[in-house]
Design a protein around this ligand. Structure first.
Ligand SMILES: [Zn+2]
Length: 247
């Protein structure tokens, strides 16, 4: 059985049997990967403390030959465990939200090193004491861009005209703003999305704001960005995200 090595972040974990767990990693080399961690719940398992949620480290796994067979985790060594994030609910929910987005918006075993680096960067910022705010928004915008779900942020998605209005109607179905003339008849519009919110997400998605620590977002704007992202992400995924309502 071939053994593979990967840089991995633990993004999900669930019980499999009395002694084993299924651990889902987001890896730099292979993308999202589900593994069976045999014996991980035993008292003297070498993997204790190495594969906790959000841990970043190196894993070795025996790859399942057939597509439907789980990989078997054979070794894990954590470099960073991000324990500080757990001491603060706001940062914990932000990390949970990021893990949930990665779980549900990436395809299995479809590597994206840039996205891997983005989530690691977010965890490091949260661990360093930075509140979610702009760091989480930047991660979400990059995630949407890298997975192909980033909507159009300016100009009507139907006729292409630019609106000078401060707020626009947004169609999640069409993936962009819709002007007043094109909006009648269009169902499921998100009304009154501030143009500034879309512009900010557009800049973050294009990675144009490199010094995030220098960007301040006023609290009312942050609430608008959050509300828009929650609505758009749940439309894309067809379900509510668990941590979204706590953000
Ligand atoms: Zn239009």
């Amino acid at each position: 059985m071939p053994y593979e090595k990967a840089h991995a972040l633990t993004i999900r974990s669930s019980d499999f049997s009395e002694t084993s767990r299924i651990i889902v990693f987001y890896t730099r080399e292979y993308g999202r990967l589900a593994t069976l961690a045999k014996g991980v719940k035993r008292k003297y398992s070498r993997m204790i403390g190495q594969v906790d949620l959000f841990s970043y480290g190196e894993i070795v796994f025996a790859s399942g030959r057939r597509r439907d067979r789980l990989h078997v985790l054979t070794e894990a060594c954590a470099f960073e465990t991000f324990l500080e994030i757990r001491t603060d609910l706001a940062r914990l929910y932000a990390a949970c939200h990021a893990a949930d987005l990665i779980s549900s918006m990436t395809a299995e075993e479809d590597p994206n090193p840039d996205l891997f680096d983005q989530v690691l960067r977010l965890l490091r910022r949260l661990e360093g004491g930075v509140g979610p705010g702009i760091s989480l928004f930047a991660f979400e915008a990059r995630l949407l861009a890298l997975t192909g779900f980033m909507p159009q942020v300016a100009g009507c998605v139907v006729c292409g005209r630019d609106s000078r209005a401060r707020a626009v109607a947004f169609s999640p179905r069409l993936g962009g703003p819709v002007c007043e003339e094109c909006s009648p008849g269009e169902a499921d519009l998100v009304e009154d999305v501030p143009s500034g919110v879309l512009a900010l997400l557009g800049r973050l998605a294009a990675d144009k704001l490199t010094r995030l620590d220098r960007v301040t977002v006023a609290a009312p704007v942050a609430r608008q960005v959050r509300s828009f992202l929650n609505q758009y992400e749940s439309y894309v995924l067809g379900r509510e995200l668990r941590a979204a309502k706590h953000l």
